[in-house]
Design a protein around this ligand. Structure first.
Ligand code: S2G
Ligand code: ZN
Length: 465
């Protein structure tokens, strides 16, 4: 519970109408897409400037008040959940373009700007901000940076980390840092920018970001290929990536397709039902379509591909994308337990065989849905909750299997969280991907930037103090 003194200071810093105490506001701002924790923040404040953020952090240090930074709250690992009376600092008001420079092809924006608005602004200047994913319409760029969001074009454009050329952050100690200043080359000691990217709000609050933009794509073509086995998917991936510059190489199982065709009414890509589907996207150029068709024939001759369809228009390309992009939203109905895991591409065939064997024996009575960015070695394994099983029992059973998946990942040098971050949900699995020394070093880094551990306490790992 906030003292009257702190409350009035907060009202002075952000304006009375930007200190929210109503139960519905505390509920709305206190959660992300996870449903496991009851939100219980003490208040929500919406600052309009980085100096206001700084003043709030200094006040929080003075009163040992924990802070949870809040963006679009589209996260899937509980990284933005405020369950222990924390003060939520929501960046929604810091949502405008601060500077755009056509020569640098760079844009500086407030952390609260919606990702899709950044993409639209870039497009209006005939440029592209290339990181894209299903939640772009409601996620904020500051949250994308704090979680190093990936999405559907990583195979060509990399992760959010690869597009951030400057940050202005407020550290947990209340210092304002201007990191890298938008420079393309700057070798002057440790690049703290990359510490804050993916730090999930535990080192500082990202307030402003300078993003590199790139040339827009011409039209794109999408192929959906029907594939028999996991191993064949990797064969097709290698065949296409060896000869084409792909924008995307995604996959999903028949179970995923069934849920989307039934749930969203989208038509299946072709009549044949196959165990898996690959969605391949590439820029449309005179030679690429012929090249892609030749590869399609080659993969069919090898028996890896059983059927396929190529988009003949942008509208059809978008319709095919819906089959992949609507999976996540459609599955929410079954309150799925999500594994977001990755291994190196070269290890994918063996890993897939082992993890498939593990989950099908350990989850004989649960429906398993596979999909994800297999072109990046990233799998989204969703286990659907049976209607009659209470969520706590279901998550307990899935959590036990996740420990075995963690052991398998450790053997393969894989990640227990490829793109969704650790937050609260994956904390117990962190040791399968990071060594005790690394976790100890992460704790000491946190101590340096957030000496009183007020920032997002309990996320990613527990601080010692
Ligand atoms: C995806 C979205 C979140 C989820 O669709 O690629 O990252 O549901 C996911 O796994
Ligand atoms: Zn994903």
């Amino acid at each position: 519970m906030l003292s009257d003194q702190v409350l009035s200071q907060l009202k002075e810093l952000v304006g009375p109408s930007y200190v929210l105490l109503e139960p519905e506001d505390l509920q709305r701002f206190g959660v992300d897409r996870t449903t496991l924790w009851q939100p219980n923040p003490c208040a929500v404040v919406l600052p309009a400037t980085i100096t206001a953020v700084q003043a709030i952090v200094l006040l929080a240090n003075e009163h040992n008040l924990a802070i949870v930074p809040s963006g679009g709250r589209t996260g899937l690992s509980g990284g933005a959940v405020a369950k222990d009376g924390e003060l939520i600092i929501a960046l929604d008001r810091m949502n405008t373009v601060i500077e755009f420079n056509a020569i640098d092809r760079a844009i500086t924006v407030g952390a609260g700007m919606i990702t899709a608005e950044v993409q639209a602004f870039a497009a209006s200047h005939d440029l592209l901000y290339p990181v894209d994913f299903a939640a772009a319409g409601s996620s904020q760029i500051g949250g994308n940076i704090a979680t190093n969001a990936g999405g559907i074009n990583v195979i060509r454009y990399g992760m959010t980390r690869d597009w951030i050329i400057g940050l202005r952050v407020v550290t947990g100690a209340g210092d304002i840092l201007a990191l890298n200043q938008g420079l393309l080359k700057n070798n002057t000691g440790y690049d703290f920018r990359h510490l804050f990217i993916g730090s999930e709000g535990t080192l500082g609050l990202i307030c402003e970001a300078t993003l590199q933009l790139t040339r827009p794509q011409t039209d794109t073509t999408v192929m959906v290929l029907g594939i028999k086995t996991f191993a064949d998917i990797v064969e097709v991936l290698q065949a296409f990536t060896a000869q084409m510059a792909l924008n995307a190489f995604e996959f999903f199982s028949q179970a995923a397709l069934d849920k989307v065709t039934e749930g969203q009414g989208h038509p299946a890509p072709f009549a044949t039902q196959t165990p898996f589907y690959a969605l391949v996207e590439f820029e449309t150029r005179p030679s690429t379509n012929d090249h892609a068709m030749a590869l399609f024939e080659q993969c069919t001759a090898q028996g890896w591909v059983l059927d396929g369809v190529v988009s003949q228009s942008l509208a059809q390309a978008r319709a095919l994308w819906r089959l992949r992009e609507d999976i996540s939203e459609t599955l929410w109905h079954w309150q799925p337990y999500k594994n977001d895991i990755s291994v190196r591409i070269s290890k994918m065939p063996d890993f897939l065989a082992d993890v498939d064997e593990l989950v099908s024996t350990r989850y004989p009575d649960f429906e398993i849905v596979w999909y994800g960015h297999i072109g990046d070695g990233n799998l989204h394994l969703n286990i659907l909750k049976p209607q009659d099983l209470p969520q706590t029992d279901f998550f307990a059973r899935c959590g036990a299997v996740s420990l075995e998946i963690g052991e398998l990942l450790a053997r393969y040098g894989g990640s227990i969280s490829a793109e969704h971050g650790v937050g609260l949900l994956k904390k117990s699995l962190l040791p399968y991907s990071r060594s005790p020394v690394e976790i100890a070093l992460m704790r000491s880094v946190k101590k340096t930037f957030d000496p009183k551990s007020i920032l997002n306490p309990g996320k990613v790992f527990d601080s010692l103090t």
